[in-house]
Design a protein around this ligand. Sequence first.
Ligand SMILES: NC(=O)c1ccc[n+]([C@@H]2O[C@H](COP(=O)([O-])OP(=O)(O)OC[C@H]3O[C@@H](n4cnc5c(N)ncnc54)[C@H](O)[C@@H]3O)[C@@H](O)[C@H]2O)c1
Length: 439
Amino acid sequence: MTLQAVEIKPAKGKLGILLVGLGAVSTTFVAGVEAAKKKLRTPIGSLTQLGHIRLGKRTENRNPLIKEFVPLADLNDLVYGAWDLFPDSGYEAAVKAGVIPRDLLDQIKDDLSALKPMEAIYDESYCRKLKSTHFKKIASKWDQAQALIADIENFKKANNCDRMTMIWCASTEAFNSLGDVHSSIAKFEQGLKNNDTAISPSMIYAYAALICRVGYANGAPNLTTDCPALLDLSQEMGVPVSGKDFKTGQTLVKTIIAPGLASRYIGISGWFSTNILGNRDGEVLDAPENFKTKEESKLSVLESVLQPELYPDLYGNLYHKVRIEYYPPRGDNKEGWDNIDLVGWLGMPMQLKINFLCRDSILAAPLVLDLVLFMDLAHRAGLKGIQEWLSFYYKAPMVKEGLTPIHDLARQEIKLMNTLRYLKGEDQITHLGLDYYTN
Ligand SMILES: NC(=O)c1ccc[n+]([C@@H]2O[C@H](COP(=O)([O-])OP(=O)(O)OC[C@H]3O[C@@H](n4cnc5c(N)ncnc54)[C@H](O)[C@@H]3O)[C@@H](O)[C@H]2O)c1
């Protein structure tokens, strides 16, 4: 059966990448892209740059590169803009973050130095650990949104962009619950005019992006577009949104290991995860109100993978604990420990220990690249609202109300690949495979 491909506008001209936050993740992302363009480094970790996709039957041997299968923006067409609470250029911010080795940094110094952040939207109550001077001194949230809209339009003109996409790579905001002000576009806009404290800076950036018909991806666990007002706006403006919270490090490993244990019906009585992290992200997360946002995102994963309501004998009493400790000597080099208490045949206890010595921004940067390219693809393909197929990249995937998110990395990958096949009118791959034996 031949399926109808979705009409996708070509990826012509410049794609503006609007980075909210120019810290460790953003600068490592830009550095990696520029290093790849100069052929100084391979973009390891990026599915859009290295991945192949299987098409048709296994016997057909059709495995094109993803970037040749779907029309993605070329790395040479990316231009970057950013906002930050500090005026440091991309180069200065990268030096402070201390992630990129000096020899490479020297070779891409000009590219990073050219990236000068615009003044941020700052609300101390959402990020009390950072004291900023580089923010828009505008009291009204409505006027702040208008100033961001002007920034976006000016950036587009100055850089001759054909399209743009925005991604939140700024600090995790203090915990925020949804209220009446987030329930409709009209109430949200009135809330901006009333300076409602429940509207966080990230929501103002997202609102400005959506009004400008710019897609918005959320790399942190802040609620941001995960509220009726902004979801309605994304539908109304025909713009894709995705989130939340880049899936790197410990949660990445958790969503690889837990589904495997569950598919063997091995019980789990306890999962204790702890991390030490010494970068600015770790410093911000040292504040309990900011950690609470992160904790919610990290805790939701196991419940959805293990389904204790279906398997009370295996997971009904699971004790799950997640800690992050700020420990400056390690900088961006995170160390995570997981202790997993297992229960096997005859109820016998077993243990699994994982010690992951990772580099936070090294794991996150390729996700930023894939997300901005796929968000741009989604927009050109006419996909709007929540992009659940991008769950692959997130710890707390956004889904339509009433749906349970999928956390299992392997299933998320199948969903992503099948979405690409759908866009191009290729058969879905179900892995049934009986036809190899019956014909
Ligand atoms: N690195 C990872 O593995 C990973 C994984 C998941 C999520 N994240 C999230 O990604 C985000 C970025 O991480 P990072 O390591 O680059 O942090 P970072 O502290 O190095 O950079 C964040 C930057 O955001 C800026 N910022 C804060 N509030 C802002 C605002 N309102 N407007 C503009 N800029 C603002 C800060 O000044 C800082 O420079 C964090 O929220 C983090 O929790 C990172």
